[in-house]
Design a protein around this ligand. Structure first.
Ligand code: 13P
Length: 335
């Protein structure tokens, strides 16, 4: 199956009332873990790469790994998405490379750190929408600013400092014409999101509900949505790790979001935790090992298990065969 646009996958998800995990990758094992999980659960997938991932793996490696994934898993509708593009040029290079979806994160300036103005955000997002839609490529934008810093990207602000204003979200969608809207509701990237289990005061699900009421036909995106399960933290700490106690986004809150217009759920940290725990365990139990396959295989399997859980919990499981991919040229005509 060819790659599909994210717009088609999210439209299908909206029709079916489910969410789709968008899982970050940097290397072959992570792509394999996601594709295997998708096959086992019969799920459509969104695989996303940040600027950091593109730099780490090199665009050409990444592209050809993704091409291999689409050849080897022909039954899985697969989206290749740019996570947190920092500029029009970054989005343009991703589209030229073969990504079927891009995020223009104009909530921050090009440095990926400084919160921007509404006007700047509208301008750069609109520019990317015009460029991408002409080729049938999907665009995600962001309004409000997430907390934390990950991969060098983020304002490092308190997660509640810039939560999305619903009226501004409505205006932003009208002015940009984007396909998917990332909202800031108190989450942040990385493992340290909340110092206790989140409540309505720290995780603003009421914002999602209000934004969905105002924009019932817009696909909402939750970033920073790893659940940071205690079991995964415990494995790391049992084998020499030193994670401090921390809480992520509970799966039931994500499911509440999915009932209220959230169609794309970004997960990176949970995969990282699973991989690290599995590798630590091999190093701890078999210090004589030095074949990378002896620790990368369990790492890949541990990530696959987390992804299977998320695909099932978000509801995308069982939906891979629901639709035929629409080629980008046809998508372009629909805009
Ligand atoms: P987590 O750090 O919660 O996995 O979030 C990832 C993300 O939002 C990528 O854009």
């Amino acid at each position: 199956m060819a790659f599909v646009s994210m717009r088609q996958v999210l439209d299908e998800a909206a029709q079916g009332g489910y969410g789709v995990g968008a899982f970050n990758v940097n290397n072959m094992e992570q792509i394999q873990a996601i594709m295997e999980a998708a096959r086992e659960t019969k799920s459509p997938v969104i695989i996303q790469a940040s600027r950091g991932a593109r730099k780490y793996s090199n665009d050409r490696f990444l592209y050809h790994l993704m091409l291999a994934a689409s050849e080897l898993y022909p039954e899985i509708p697969t989206v290749m998405h740019l996570d947190h593009g920092n500029s029009v040029a970054t989005c343009k290079s991703a589209i030229e490379m073969g990504f079927t979806s891009v995020m223009m994160d104009g909530s921050l300036m090009e440095d990926g750190k400084t919160p921007s103005t509404f006007e700047y955000n509208v301008k750069v997002t609109r520019e990317v929408v015009e460029m991408a839609h002409a080729k049938g490529i999907t665009v995600e934008g962001e309004i409000g600013t997430l907390g934390g810093i990950e991969d060098g990207h983020g304002a490092g602000v308190d997660s509640l400092a810039h939560v999305t204003d619903p009226a501004q979200a409505e205006e932003f969608v009208k002015l940009t014409g984007l396909d998917a809207l990332a909202v800031a509701i108190g989450t942040s990237h990385g493992a340290y999101k909340f110092s206790t289990k989140p409540t309505g005061a720290t995780l603003k699900m009421d914002r999602v509900i209000e934004i969905h009421k105002r924009l019932p036909n817009v696909h909402l995106v939750m970033h920073g949505s790893s659940s940071v399960p205690k079991e995964l933290q415990d494995v790391i700490n049992a084998y020499g790790g030193k994670l401090k106690p921390t809480w992520g986004v509970p799966v039931e809150e994500i499911q509440l979001g999915i009932k209220n217009g959230v169609r794309k759920v970004n997960v990176d940290t949970d995969s990282r935790l699973a991989i690290t725990g599995a590798i630590r365990r091999v190093f701890w139990e078999k210090p004589e090992e030095f074949d990378p396959r002896s620790y990368l295989s369990p790492a890949r399997d541990a990530m696959k298990q987390v992804i299977i859980q998320r695909m099932t919990q978000f509801g995308q499981a069982g939906h891979a065969a629901d639709y035929q991919p629409i080629p980008p040229s046809e998508m372009a005509k629909r805009y």
